[in-house]
Design a protein around this ligand. Structure first.
Ligand SMILES: C[S@@+](CC[C@H](N)C(=O)[O-])C[C@H]1O[C@@H](n2cnc3c(N)ncnc32)[C@H](O)[C@@H]1O
Length: 285
């Protein structure tokens, strides 16, 4: 099992790399971007909130001693980085390890426990949200983080189901979602993906920490340093776009392109998970 790095050539070109540099990879994952960066620069400082990341990428870490991996949240960049650095990469969201390993509990395609924690040291799981949150809170999560129009009906049916039996597996949740939504097979699958995305975002508090982390990164860049951010859905990209515009207005960042870069048709064919990726690049003034 592995994670294929998305928009890799675009990231390498977009960071304007030189041999003596230090680049920070805020989302190490399977180490694909970090390994390619490590071949071109002096040092890669990497972050991943998932304490299992070093196991998933043991080969890459062994082969690239100039990668230093910190098992912490990128919301705490400023606690680790003292001197300004040459570049930051954020490749947001979950890795293929999260999606494909049933024990991580992210998938609706295979039956698994409802976990969805990137950081397995945290207490909040998807199971807790599904079984303990009030109906309105659940509906709001599904609507705000999944943009799912049947959010209220799904939340109502979750409440009814959990009064009978605790909801502990993705198969139980999938069954509740499928009978809450209307439409053909494709529309129902989109609803499933949306609800699972919403829960994942809530479990990992993905959106609330993003703007602060990007602002910290911009602060920690040298003049001429680059910030590269790959997002995978519109809620994420909206935040990235707004932060970049804000930093441009404050005269901190130059935007390197108005429109985000997208993967080529060939990349999407080889790696369907790249299909919704958008890369935004900025340079520190
Ligand atoms: C899309 S994967 C990155 C894949 C990586 N670029 C590669 O080439 O293998 C995203 C990774 O970022 C991590 N992550 C997501 N949010 C994070 C956060 N706030 N702090 C630290 N790591 C985070 C996840 O645990 C996941 O491993």
């Amino acid at each position: 099992m592995s994670h294929t790095p998305v928009l890799l050539q675009e990231i390498l070109a977009g960071l304007n790399l030189r041999s003596g540099q230090t680049i920070v990879d805020c989302t190490f994952g399977g180490g694909g971007h970090a390994a390619a960066l490590a071949r071109q620069v002096r040092q890669v400082l990497a972050f991943d909130r998932d304490p299992n990341a070093p196991n998933y990428a043991a080969d890459i870490l062994a082969a690239n001693p100039n990668i230093k991996l910190v098992p912490d949240n990128f919301s705490r960049l400023a606690e680790y980085i003292i001197a300004p650095v040459d570049g930051f990469v954020f490749d947001l969201g979950v890795s293929s390890f999260h999606l494909d390993l049933p024990e991580r509990g992210f998938s609706w395609r295979q039956d698994c426990a409802l976990d969805m924690r990137m950081d397995t040291r945290q207490a909040l799981t998807a199971e807790k949200i599904v079984n303990q949150y009030a109906e309105k809170e659940l509906a709001d999560i599904i609507y705000n983080y999944g943009e799912e129009k049947y959010s209220r009906r799904i939340a109502k049916n979750i409440l009814a189901a959990r009064q009978k039996n605790k909801i502990t597996t993705s198969a139980q949740l999938k069954e509740i979602i499928l009978r809450s939504v209307s439409g053909n097979y494709t529309a129902k699958n989109i609803s499933l993906a949306r609800v699972f995305q919403a829960l994942r975002i809530a479990v990992n508090d993905e959106l609330n920490i993003l703007a602060g982390a990007l602002t910290q990164a911009a602060d920690l860049l040298k003049t001429g340093g680059r910030l590269a951010v790959i997002s995978f859905h519109s809620l994420e990209d909206r935040i990235v776009k707004n932060v970049f515009r804000d930093l441009q207005q404050k005269n901190i960042l130059t935007l390197l392109a108005k429109k985000p870069l997208r993967p080529s048709a060939v990349e999407i064919q080889n790696n369907p998970r790249a299909r919704s990726a958008k890369l935004r690049l900025g340079e520190k003034k």
